[in-house]
Design a protein around this ligand. Structure first.
Ligand code: AMP
Ligand code: MN
Ligand code: MN
Ligand code: MN
Length: 284
């Protein structure tokens, strides 16, 4: 396969916490020169059939996708799955379970916010959620911007939605082992998403990569909208060290919020194995 493929294998639609429909994302990806695309909604594959059809309509190559929330070493980590059979029941049931706690969590977040004088946040956030099973911190952030509490979503996260802040509620997500199993048993490849984001110590990060590989994980995001160029270089080395393939994805959520648009990241360094080379028979 062509080494310099404009692949964008990480983005979100209204089915999770993006603001565009799967159809609008496909059109935007095509317009931006993307050749291989994956929609990776959080803990949810309900948008996959729409994404597959939209990709086909735009003559865009497609891999099925998901971004699964897990808890590892007390922190939330994201595992992207690519190229799996999205009708496989273990994955469907597993993701349903991992989505399950979000409603209660959102109510507790709202209670925390009301203690600092921000009222009606649950109902407010719900209005922004295209999928009520997937109410997320992003929807709270949009509500707090709309109601004038903060000027943008990063300010909301900084002041209200991260650890030790009034709207933060710790949550136990899926296990690393289960997430990797759901993906690999359905014929896909598991990918560690944006590794620089987690703030792990060197030992914790080593444990994450080692256990991920032991469970059958095969790739890591090197180029993502969440990495600086220095972080991309660092994780290119980590990919080589752990003999993992490399992925590339913008993590695009919204034209108004995301600084990295679909298909606009630099190319993967040539010394890395692109994850789509492991998935050539899964591309549709
Ligand atoms: P949740 O799954 O409800 O914990 O929400 C996680 C989502 O919040 C991530 O996927 C991002 O879209 C968004 N997010 C997390 N941290 C930040 C941040 N510092 N600034 C903006 N968005 C963030
Ligand atoms: Mn998100
Ligand atoms: Mn993520
Ligand atoms: Mn993401």
């Amino acid at each position: 396969m062509e080494p310099l493929l404009n692949a964008d294998l990480h983005c979100h639609s209204v089915v999770s916490d993006g603001t565009l429909t799967p159809e609008a994302l496909a059109a935007r990806a095509k317009a931006n020169g993307v050749q291989l695309w994956a929609l990776t909604d959080h803990d949810e594959i309900g948008g996959q059939d729409r994404a597959i059809a939209a990709a086909k309509a735009h003559d865009l190559k497609y891999l099925t996708g998901v971004e699964i929330s897990i808890t590892f070493a007390g922190k939330t980590v994201h595992i992207v799955g690519l190229g799996f059979d999205h009708t496989q029941t273990d994955m469907v049931q597993g993701l349903r379970n991992t989505r399950g706690g979000r409603g209660e969590r959102a109510k507790e977040m709202s209670e925390g916010l009301s203690k600092v004088g921000i009222h009606g946040a649950y109902e407010g956030a719900l209005k922004f959620a295209g999928n009520h099973e997937l109410i997320s911190r992003t929807h709270f952030a949009r509500f707090l911007v709309e109601s004038g509490v903060c000027k943008d979503t990063s300010e909301v996260f900084r002041k209200y939605l991260t650890e030790n802040k009034p709207g933060f509620v710790p949550h136990r997500w899926a296990s690393l082992e289960n997430a990797v199993k759901w993906i690999t048993h359905a014929g896909g490849v598991a990918v560690i998403a944006h590794p620089a984001r987690y703030g792990f110590t060197a030992n914790e990060e080593y444990a994450l990569f080692t256990e991920f590989k032991n469970h059958g994980g095969r790739a890591v995001e090197v180029l993502t909208g969440s990495h600086t160029s220095a972080e991309a270089l660092r994780y290119a080395d980590t990919a080589l060290e752990f003999e993992l393939a490399a992925s590339r994805g913008s993590d695009f959520h919204s034209p108004d919020e995301s600084h990295t648009d679909l298909g606009t990241l630099p190319w993967l360094p040539g010394k890395l194995t692109p994850v789509w080379e492991l998935l050539s028979d899964r591309i549709q």
